[in-house]
Design a protein around this ligand. Structure first.
Ligand SMILES: [Mg+2]
Length: 128
């Protein structure tokens, strides 16, 4: 039986960034789910039970910090690793991401390879 693909939830309000990341991750054998704001991100986390979440911080409707907090507060999703994506990279933002429950963060812009390396660090090699 083929190994189940690891599922990654991408939450970002930048449509083109989502599309690029989705294509790249699917090319490397991951299943992806996307959401365009924090509220939708929380809903998808609960509904889809991804193996890993990439969470933009600055988004309309609900920001990534609040979404991260809500995912951590839910017994069904509290153990899913969350990596925040920040365009700012200010020490206070990085501290905020961690204090709201993020496991890690990446500073935009980043190379696709950095994203893949981060995924492997959390999930190991894919089943490919
Ligand atoms: Mg944003």
């Amino acid at each position: 039986m083929a190994k189940a693909k690891k599922k990654i939830l991408l939450v970002d309000d930048e449509y083109f960034l989502l599309e690029i990341l989705k294509d790249r991750l699917e090319f490397h054998g991951y299943e992806t789910v996307t959401a365009s704001n924090g509220k939708e991100g929380v809903e998808k986390a609960v509904a889809e039970k991804p193996d890993l979440i990439f969470m933009d911080i600055m988004m309309p409707e609900m920001d990534g910090l609040e979404a991260t907090r809500l995912i951590r507060a839910n017994a069904d999703t509290k153990n899913i690793p969350i990596i925040c994506l920040t365009a700012l990279g200010r020490p206070s933002d990085l501290e905020n991401a961690k204090s709201n429950g993020a496991n890690d963060y990446m500073i935009k812009p980043f190379q696709a390879q950095e994203l893949l390396d981060k995924i492997q660090a959390y999930l190991g090699k894919t089943g490919q």
